[in-house]
Design a protein around this ligand. Structure first.
Ligand code: PLP
Length: 377
């Protein structure tokens, strides 16, 4: 039987192989490994894709978040509001910079942080908030920006899972994920919606002065050769990865459509399975389905996962342990209010395979395996 994977990077590569292979060989032959021409051309292409926001490429999504916070001059002890239901990187860089992560709950319907939950967590020390557009759908940025402006907070969007998602403001205007707050951060980790063949990341901002500072910080704080204005980091996107990303960016919208078609098909196929809840679609954002994440009722998540695995179908739990319960974070973070939704989600979410190569036939197999689980119990 055909092997089903969470993400089929090999299948995706096969379809663009000739193009990619040429670009990689060209990079190697030119020996322009660092800051080669593709780094510039990919950066310009991503800026165009993001409707003119400035882009600074860097080594990975975690660095993107760290550099963003360094550029905003946040000081030790400043509080940064983050969702307690997210990937660790979001809180990690806050801790590294000796800032205080303030963990707030998420809306169990959307998996995202809300303006109300943010407002309740604000103290005189709060300096920034990091909305994470989890699983590929934007948090409600209009409401979040209003709270942030009211309290004079920076907004750093963690858009590692939502590149290409489109947010619609109440007046009908639209913006790409990551271009609404002060800074947007993304990752090109291979399995992300725009993934390279190694590590990569980028920082976006519409503020050109800030973009310059971010660029300097990502390059050893160097304003001119051997002149260092800030303590920076060494965080670069290498030329080979940029060449690959430049090609893959031209397919991003098609990749997004493929994910959406697969997700809508799951929604239909699973509509009559009452024991699971399919992902909510909000009116203010498209969903780029970095993950297709179910909520499994009646405490059966782990048994359903085991059943699927026994049938040769991978399924993953993003994320099994709330951040504030992680040993590294319990003593440095502060908690705002109840984190009941995070607790509930950690014990009930299950992500099904979703990727650009997923076929209807594979989805039938996956859904049949889910249905057979509920027949069996
Ligand atoms: C992947 C991811 C990151 C980190 O990106 P890396 O490139 O792996 O460093 C940060 N935040 C979220 C929400 C992610 O999914």
């Amino acid at each position: 039987m055909e092997n089903i994977q969470m993400v089929d990077l090999k299948g995706q590569y096969e379809k663009i192989k000739a193009h990619i292979d040429n670009a990689v060989i060209e990079c190697i032959a030119s020996a322009n490994f660092i800051n080669g021409p593709h780094v510039k051309s990919f950066t310009r292409a991503l800026e165009a894709y993001l409707d003119g926001a400035s882009v600074v490429p860097c080594a990975n999504g975690t660095d993107a978040l760290q550099i963003a916070m360094m550029a905003l001059d946040l000081q030790p002890g400043d509080e940064v509001i983050v969702p307690s239901f997210t990937y660790v990187a979001t809180a990690e860089v806050i801790g590294l910079l000796r800032l205080t992560p303030v963990m707030v709950d998420v809306d169990p319907e959307t998996f995202n942080i809300t303006a109300d939950l943010i407002e309740q967590a604000i103290t005189p020390k709060t300096k920034a908030v990091v909305p994470v557009h989890l699983f590929g759908q934007c948090a409600d940025m209009d409401a979040i920006m209003k709270v942030a402006r009211k309290y004079n907070l920076y907004v750093i969007e963690d858009t590692a899972q939502a590149i290409g998602a489109i947010y619609t403001f109440p007046d009908g205007k639209t913006a790409k994920a990551g271009t609404i707050g002060d800074i947007g951060c993304t990752s090109f980790f291979p399995s992300k919606n725009l993934g390279c063949y190694g590590d990569g990341g980028a920082i976006y901002t519409k503020n050109t002065a800030l973009a310059n500072k971010i660029n300097v910080i990502a390059n050893h704080g160097q304003t001119k050769k051997y002149v260092h204005k800030y303590i920076g980091v060494n965080s670069r996107l290498d030329s080979i990865q940029a060449a690959i990303l430049e090609i893959k960016l031209s397919y991003l919208d098609a990749y997004t459509s493929a994910r959406q078609i697969a997700a809508f098909r799951y929604n239909e196929m699973l509509a009559d399975v009452k024991e699971i809840i399919t992902p909510t679609l909000v009116p203010y954002s498209t969903h780029v389905y970095h993950q297709y994440t179910l909520k499994v009722k009646n405490d059966l998540r782990n048994s359903l996962k085991e059943h699927l695995e026994a049938e040769g179908i991978p399924a993953m739990v993003y994320y099994p342990i709330p951040l504030y319960k992680q040993e590294a974070y319990t003593s440095i973070s502060s908690i705002s209010g109840s984190l009941a939704a995070t607790e509930y989600l950690c014990s009930s979410v299950l992500s099904l395979p979703i990727h650009t190569e997923l076929t209807e036939k594979q989805q039938h197999r996956i859904v049949n395996a889910i249905k057979s689980f509920y027949k069996k119990i």
